[in-house]
Design a protein. Sequence first.
Lengths: 168, 580
Amino acid sequence: MFIIYYTKMNKIILRSLLFLGLLSHAQSPLPSIELKTLSGQFINTDDIASNNKLMIVSLWATWCVPCKNELDAVAEVYEDWIEETNVKYFAISIDDSRTSKRIKPMIDGKDWEFEILLDENSELKRSFGVSTVPFTVIVKDGLVVYKHTGYTPGYEDELYEELLKFSE
Amino acid sequence: MLTCFVFAQEETKETSIFKHFKNNLSASYESNTQWYLNDSKFGDFEEEEHLRSTNFLRLDYSISNQFSAGIQLESYAPENLLNNSKLYDKDLGVATYYLRYATKKLDITLGYFYEQFGSGLILRAWEDRALGVNTAIRGARLIYYPSNSIKITTLYGKQRKGFEVSDGDIFGVDAEIDLSKTLGILSSNSLVLGLSYVGKNESYTKADETNTTDIPELVNAVSARLDYTHQNFYTNIEYIQKSQDLRLNNIIPNVVTFSENETFKGSAISWTAGYSQKGFGVSYNFRRLENMRWFSERAQSNANNNPTNQLSVNYLPALSKQHDYTLANIYLYQSQPGLFIESYETPLIKAGEIGQFIDVFYNIKKGSFLGGKYGTKINLNMSYWASLASDFSDPTGIPYFVSDNLTYETEFINFKNKLYTDLNLEVRKKWSKRLKSIFTFINLYYNKSILESKIDNNSVRAWIGVADGTYKFGKGKSLRLELQHLSTNDDARNWMGGTVEYFFNSKFGLYVNDSYNYEDSKIDQDTKIHFFNIGGSYTKGASRFSINYGRQRGGLLCVGGICRPVSQNTGVTINFTTAF
């Protein structure tokens, strides 16, 4: 009964979803969004993409425990990743004014070597169509070639396997 | 043979058109469904609709390098989830849409857009689906970059009100100037200046026609902010002033009337200073808010009718540490930004808040005695928040704050009316390649009488301890165990809680969680009751499916710094999200 009810309610949306299912594995360009640096200067994702052949863009927040676990885990192996694949890791915080003041002391306190940028009003998050963080994508030559939502312990190994597929 | 060839060629052409289309389209879908059940402890679920679902479908299409367009469909069937705003009331409707033209110099949006000036204290149009908030503005926005160091934003529109828009109009201008680039300061320094203006215009008809007070239909706010970084040192300051506006007359809680004899100004100041270097970071923050609640329809300032803060022009979150653990989320500070005069039952007056917090992060190096093989990460966080010290006066001498002539004066710096303090210590330690742990200790004071407008003199002193350990078995298999305890002799007294979470691989996991208020207490809610939850999730790429069954606490629910009262409930929750 529950299933029938549920299907009825979502009929229209589910139908369009079926159509959209055909669109999966699309290699769309990285959305063009203005972000901020930690010192308040603006920077566009286009400029980042054109300057970096292979990069990981990861949305995170200071209040998100799985995000911090992911970044802590990657931080430990980041040097090896750079050496092997020449990747650059952009950790983009979606913290708003409630918590954004914690970002700077946190990343230094944690000794993270990532490029940190701010998406204060979740513009990039919305463009990715994401409702929860962490959300991680691999961008090659400006195209989003891999997407992943969430973090579970040990996932960084899988991310690295994916990364190897796209490095030359 | 020939026809075959032609057919094949056509197909290639079609495929490439489809490919082009799909490469330029991005889509996402989110569905949240709740099925409310009767509960042996709370009793039956009393509302009519037990099964409710909210759905969001968002499509963005880039037409060319400059043009893009998008639409968001939303469905609330048969109605919005429990505790969410009833303004979102359609089975299926077009919620937002836009057409955008963007080049390096110019960025124009027609339709709905989101925006934030500075930290959002003056203006923030945003979306948070978990909170059921969407304050997008429908109108036009123009962003112009005269040079690579100056950004000017102008906008006009009406704010989203469910599937309608607000009565009031909003217009704003913001200029952001990177002075370090403009003035050619060294690269180790940076100086960014921001200036904003936001106006809200809304007609007003006086209830008392004989009243001669000048009641402004246009409320103006101006702000200035500065971000300065010098090597490892950084600071940020922001100041906002809001012009005279009416205040609510709270004689009957749900009836919206305004006090027409006096109007009041508002202001906000926020200051941060910090120092950080590799392995160590510290930041100090101060904020003072006075009469800063601001809505695109003034009637929405009645919190009884609008507990979810719909149509808010600005963003005024609580600045205290945000917690993930269930017991750490029972006594949370909620910001007190508004002028609030409650003249029913026990009278209560608030004009705003003042407070500060400090954050220290330290990484004990690998190889040292305390650092061990992998290093130890420490975070210490303290906050103190108080109600503004104010003197209220009424020339007519009518008691219980019921008179429309009431005015007030506040002291600029006075921390005496303590509402909330906390001290948080978090230690993250990795023991081996497989085992990691997080220890959290919290000590807090919570002034329940004022924060929750409760009549009796009721404050809570509590401490909370959490131990959280994760063991990795390899190949994505992992086990997480979490134990929590909350100790207090006040309110609902002691709680204990725990979570067991197991991931079979990096895609599929299950968890059980329980919070148990195991002591008898004076209050009737939450006493000797288990809040048991069980659930699981499956993730593949950018798609996630999760299901949960259990009992949710009533009271204040705070997510992302915004708190609202929720009723306790038991049920099944299903979430599905995907993005292409």
